[in-house]
Design a protein around this ligand. Structure first.
Ligand code: URP
Ligand code: ZN
Ligand code: ZN
Ligand code: ZN
Length: 470
């Protein structure tokens, strides 16, 4: 284990902002101070003029996840390398409990996808698709013994992964009692399915109809229902990938009443809007994610909500499917739905761009403060998903996951230079200011400029604890 001192950087956490030295030893932060005296064995890194940030925590990724017939284009090798180059040192991905797969089996399978490949630390939420007495007993064991303390349930995709309200209620009641949290994909799947059928019957098969058939009202309706179920269950609830004003209004209303409702939004909802669906061409498939892009007014409201803590987290929902069939051997990608938008695998990449685009497009124009940036991208997800204070901050005793970030350097984002195995980025050609320079994972430097020092398997599985309410 190496010891390293980062000298003279501007240390920024969710609440702090000062110039100091940070000493890392045995994988943890052991001392923070001015002009620290260290032994000759300690490596020195000069961070003058740089931001010293906690490693990003992205609590919503899909690496080597299979939905229907399509598997996402990044596995834990390429996906965690992309994360690291983007300044993210912890991800929370998904274990999938299918109808014939038990909870423990699902967690074991998910760990198998990551072990020997992951280069940053990782945990798993469990996607829960059926709830019976056995599954409920196993959820309790997952929380207590496996460190899997959050569970995603779908109110969308009927006949695939959707669960009914009783299942959500039962799971919330149990999980809430044991310190965990239920995440909801909140869209009214039944009504959306009807709209999709009507569109296809009318011959509307182009990707743009994805957006039109998933109205904001139906995200608002499901969010309202999810909150009421959580209230009845006396449990916290977390809404993933919130995009609609109608949904945001529900979360605001609940929080104002003291209900522990949390929500994340994603970079794509903050930088793109529904005008992307005005085109008849296949390129629109890049924006086929659920929920879809919303109005410019919604985008403005999301930024405001991030600033004032109506939204708590920016996560990516990194769910990459390639635009070219067969790229790097990836099959059944976006072109799988070229004649029927409902068959386009849903999702978009974002893991590598998150920290940079939010800094450039959020902090620089003053939409959020620098402290709030750290809170939204690292501290709050660590708290909500039971990783704080090990992750998500720079403090004595925390893991030495640190990003040295140059706030002045400009560069252009491109799929030609990114590290993800996805063949596109939504941010292609965007010139941004702010660049990840060095990344430390538990004290080991894994990124230094363009150089990669991460190792397959150097990322560790994280057993997570209870949700911290705040
Ligand atoms: O379109 C999306 N969001 N795909 C990923 C799966 C999910 O619903 O989060
Ligand atoms: Zn979802
Ligand atoms: Zn997702
Ligand atoms: Zn590909």
């Amino acid at each position: 284990m190496t010891s390293t001192v980062i000298r003279n950087g501007r240390v920024v956490t969710a609440v702090d902002d000062y110039v100091a030295d940070v000493l890392m030893e045995n994988g943890r932060i052991v001392c923070i101070g001015e002009a620290l005296q260290v032994g000759a064995h300690v490596a020195e890194v000069d961070a003058t003029g740089m931001l010293v940030l906690p490693g990003g925590v992205d609590c919503h990724t899909h690496l080597e996840n299979t939905f229907g017939e399509s598997t996402t284009a990044d596995d834990f090798r390429s996906g965690t390398k992309a994360a690291a180059f983007g300044g993210t040192t912890t991800i929370v991905d998904f274990a999938f409990q299918g109808r014939d797969v038990g909870v423990m089996q699902a967690i074991e399978a998910a760990r198998g996808r990551a072990e020997g490949k992951a280069a940053v630390d990782y945990g798993f939420h469990l996607i829960t698709t059926h709830v019976d007495d056995q599954a409920l007993a196993d959820l309790k064991l997952a929380i207590r013994n496996e460190g899997v303390t959050s569970f995603k349930m779908f109110m969308a995709y009927p006949g695939k992964v959707m669960v009914d309200d009783a299942a959500i209620f039962r799971a919330m009641r149990l999980v809430g009692q044991h310190g965990g949290v239920i995440s909801l994909h909140a869209e009214n799947g039944i009504v959306i399915e009807q709209l999709i059928r009507e569109a296809l019957d009318a011959g509307h098969t182009a990707p743009k109809y994805h957006g039109i058939t998933r109205p904001a009202l139906m995200e608002g309706e499901a969010t309202h229902r999810g909150i009421k179920l959580a209230e009845l269950a006396e449990a916290p609830v977390y809404f993933v990938h919130l995009s609609a004003r109608e949904a945001l209004a529900q979360v605001v209303e609940a929080r104002d009443r003291g209900i522990p409702a949390f929500a994340e939004t994603c970079p794509h909802y903050l930088f793109f809007d529904e005008s992307a669906y005005e085109d008849d061409g296949f390129d629109v498939a890049k924006f086929v994610m659920s929920p879809p892009l919303r109005s410019k007014e919604a985008q403005r409201d999301l930024w405001r909500a991030l600033k004032f803590d109506d939204l708590q987290v920016i996560a990516t929902d990194h769910c990459p499917y390639c635009m070219k069939e067969g790229h790097l051997g990836h099959l059944k990608q976006k072109p799988f739905g070229k004649d029927d938008f409902s068959k386009i695998p849903n999702g978009a990449p974002g893991l590598e761009a998150r920290m940079t685009v939010i800094y450039d497009g959020g902090v620089r124009p003053g939409l959020i403060s620098l402290n709030r940036y750290v809170e939204l991208t690292a501290t709050a997800p660590a708290k909500i998903f039971g990783l704080f204070p090990r992750k998500g901050t720079i403090a004595v005793g925390s893991d030495a996951d640190i990003v040295i970030f140059n706030p002045d350097e400009r560069h252009v984002i491109s799929a030609k230079t990114h590290h993800s195995d996805c063949d596109y980025t939504l941010f292609e050609g965007r010139e941004v200011q702010g660049r990840v320079k060095k990344v430390f994972l538990r004290g080991e430097m894994i990124v230094d400029g363009d150089a990669w020092y991460g190792r397959d398997g150097s990322g560790a599985f994280l057993k997570r604890g209870e949700t911290v309410m705040f």
